[in-house]
Design a binder for this molecule. Structure first.
Ligand code: MSP
Length: 672
């Protein structure tokens, strides 16, 4: 008793598909925060889970010929395995299909009906199934969902409604009195101006168009709106309205949440509907909702329906969880959008982990072995720049703490890396090998002690982010977890006990070959992060041609082929320079069974293009074909062979046909 609590949550994810690196991003960020608070002595509850009801999941299960339950069980197992691989330290995992959740949601609904916040009325509206949202005709301009652009359906039914409007003044007052409630702050203005000021309509909180949901108490033809069901997870997981007093105790203990970490697209649900439900239940509101930005690919937001998702397993299996966690938290300021590219990943791993951190370790430990008998030496000859290094170490602890309180993960990491940079420079400045040569072994030992101390301090500070390297660094420094590795000891330079035996070991983070790794990631992901890259089908298979600048990805709901394609303006289209070209040479690329190397005559030049059409065309059949070539793509190397452009093709299932042009069109003609 007595320890301060810290309750942090992620969104509960839809198990309608396997998750991608964007979902991992949220979960890793919340994990870093949970770990940080635990290190600071808080009694932490970190909750994540899955949002398993709704029409989309019901449909997906049907498509797979499974019951919804069996369908979600499979994916939830996959998700939990992913979190294990990413070292996610959640304290509870809630599934909305669990009895503890369903029972409590029904009780919540009943209570809201009993007190008149929920009432029954007729409803007619335009419904977007994938988004599970109703829209007015004005909102759904042209019969399309304003959120996702897919067609809406007219739905007419008797429904239950929540009187939202009544709570708006109280909600605005809460925003006013709690300026930190919505983070980053810019999102607050969006909520106020776009949603609250225009007035909040009553929300339809039941559905009859499908069965896979929690039945409305006493009216089983209706299921509870998935967002009411889902948002309630944050309290049902704590035993709210449970019959079990031990469970209910958790609610008293941890509620209200300290922070709900969510992606920016669902801030609205968490800062409007959710607080209103809580107000109606007479419960305290969460202290903070942090709406972080999106992880994008150069083609835009990652989404299954766009076919540009990156499976985190791929990266985890290749680089390990520390590397991926580090990249996600370091690369993108938390709150802003960021673009994932294989180059950025590999460069971060090389520059930051292999060079800065890895070098400090790989230089310091062998020097200790060589000049200090393999044991942490005693610092007896202190002189500048030792004081500066110590000062900077102390400052780094403060900077990390300040940044973490604001959930500025990249700032915290940047501060740690400044210290590492300073320490690497300190080795060169102090040149301990030269001191030994000059007969000042005590000075060399003092320097090495300082370096080891910086390693101890950084490894402590790194624990929220990296889950494996810190313990390994301690092992190499001869430290066992304990008082010398506590968070507080990071602020005390000189804590490392002299005499500990060090162990040099292999490099913790090997240097990666940028080109080879980029190629490997591109191949494994179907080059989804590449500009103008190939669309990926629902099964994760890269589509086999190099076309697809205007790919028509499958729609989540399985609707028509154009549905779900993001609309672009003519200016954007005009950026793509397409020309008529004639294939003059074609040959296979060794050890790449999908690729052909083509030489294409564009009138003014002959270009080399690598195309993934080897399964569909024999090289000799291609000679002389007039094709459409995208000529202003950034060059890429595929299997080490440079490709400067791509050719367009139509593909469907197992078929692929090149887009050709009749013979009388001159080479180099622009295609518009
Ligand atoms: N089930 C709802 C949430 C209910 S919470 C009461 C849902 N699920 S989801 O599976 O679609 O997950 C959405 C969340 O996943 C986002 O809010 C965000 O946290 C994370 N992300 C999904 N794609 C992402 C990116 N491309 N980039 C960053 N985060 C991403 O919405």
């Amino acid at each position: 008793m007595g320890r301060k609590t810290f309750y942090i949550t992620t969104p509960i994810y839809y198990p309608s598909n396997k998750l991608h690196i964007g979902h991992a991003y949220t979960t890793v960020a919340a994990d870093a925060m949970a770990r940080y608070k635990r290190l600071r002595g808080f009694d932490v509850m970190y909750l994540t889970g899955t949002d398993e009801h709704g029409q989309k999941i019901e449909r997906r299960a049907r498509e797979e010929g499974m019951t919804p339950r069996a369908f979600v069980d499979d994916i939830v197992g996959w998700i939990q395995e992913l979190w294990r691989k990413l070292d996610i330290s959640y304290d509870d995992f809630i599934r909305t299909t669990e009895p503890r959740h369903k029972n409590a949601v029904q009780r919540i609904f009943q209570r809201l009906m009993d007190q008149g916040d929920i009432y029954q009325a007729d409803y007619e509206g335009l419904y977007c199934t994938p988004c599970e949202s109703f829209w007015t005709a004005r909102q759904a301009e042209g019969g399309r969902c304003p959120d996702c652009g897919r067609p809406v359906e007219l739905v007419r039914e008797k429904s239950y409604f929540f009187r939202m409007g009544k709570y708006v003044p109280k909600l605005l007052q809460y925003y006013e009195e709690n300026p930190e409630f919505i983070q980053p702050e810019s999102r607050k203005h969006e909520m106020i101006n776009n949603f609250l000021k225009p007035g909040l309509e009553d929300l339809c909180v039941s559905r009859t168009t499908f069965d896979w949901g929690i039945p409305v108490p006493g009216d089983p033809d209706h299921v509870i709106y998935v967002w009411i069901d889902a948002l309630s997870n944050y309290i049902t997981a704590l035993g709210y309205l449970s019959d079990d007093p031990v469970q209910r105790e958790k609610f008293e203990h941890y509620w209200p949440a300290d922070v709900h970490v969510v992606g920016k697209e669902i801030v609205r649900f968490h800062t409007i509907y959710w607080p209103i439900v809580l107000m109606a239940l007479g419960l305290p509101l969460p202290k903070k909702v942090f709406g972080h930005g999106w992880l994008l690919t150069p083609q835009g937001k990652m989404s299954k329906s766009k076919g540009n998702v990156i499976d985190p397993n791929l990266l985890l299996d290749r680089y390990g969880s520390d590397a991926i966690r580090y990249f996600l938290l370091r690369e993108i300021p938390f709150g802003a959008d960021g673009v994932f590219t294989p180059e950025a990943l590999i460069q971060r791993l090389n520059f930051d982990l292999a060079n800065d951190l890895g070098n400090l370790l790989n230089r310091t430990l062998p020097l200790i072995e060589r000049y200090a008998g393999g044991r942490i030496p005693t610092p007896t000859r202190i002189q500048e720049p030792d004081g500066e290094l110590r000062g900077m170490a102390a400052e780094t602890v403060t900077r990390v703490e300040e940044a973490m309180e604001k959930m500025e993960f990249s700032t915290a990491l940047a501060a740690i890396w400044q210290l590492l940079g300073r320490a690497n420079k300190y080795i060169d400045e102090t040149a301990p090998w030269a001191e030994v040569k000059a007969g000042r072994g005590d000075r060399a030992e003092t320097v090495l002690y300082h370096l080891a101390e910086v390693l101890r301090i950084t490894s402590i500070l790194l624990q929220p982010f990296l889950t494996k390297a810190p313990a390994e660094i301690w092992r190499r420094l001869g430290l066992s977890p304990g008082p010398h590795t506590s968070w507080d000891s990071a602020g005390m330079f000189g804590t490392l006990p002299p005499g500990l035996p060090v162990y040099k070991g292999d490099p913790l983070f090997p240097r990666l070959d940028l080109e080879a790794e980029v190629l490997a990631i591109d191949e494994a992901t179907g080059a989804v992060s590449r500009q103008g890259a190939e669309p990926v089908s629902e099964t994760g298979e890269a589509s086999p041609h190099s076309g697809g600048a205007a790919g028509a990805p499958e729609n989540d709901a399985g609707a028509g082929c154009a549905a779900g394609t993001e609309l672009i303006g003519i200016e954007e289209f005009q950026k793509i320079d397409m020309r008529v070209g004639r294939i003059v040479e074609a040959e296979r690329i060794p050890k790449a069974d999908k690729l052909l190397k083509l030489m294409i005559d564009l009138g003014s030049e002959v270009r080399q293009v690598v195309s993934g059409i080897a399964k569909y065309y024999a090289p000799e059949d291609l000679i002389g074909q007039r094709v459409v070539v995208v000529v202003n793509l950034k060059p890429v190397k595929l299997r080490g062979v440079e490709s400067r452009g791509m050719i367009l093709a139509a593909s469907e299932g197992d078929r692929l046909v090149l887009t050709t042009v009749s013979d009388d069109i001159p080479l180099g003609t622009k295609v518009k």
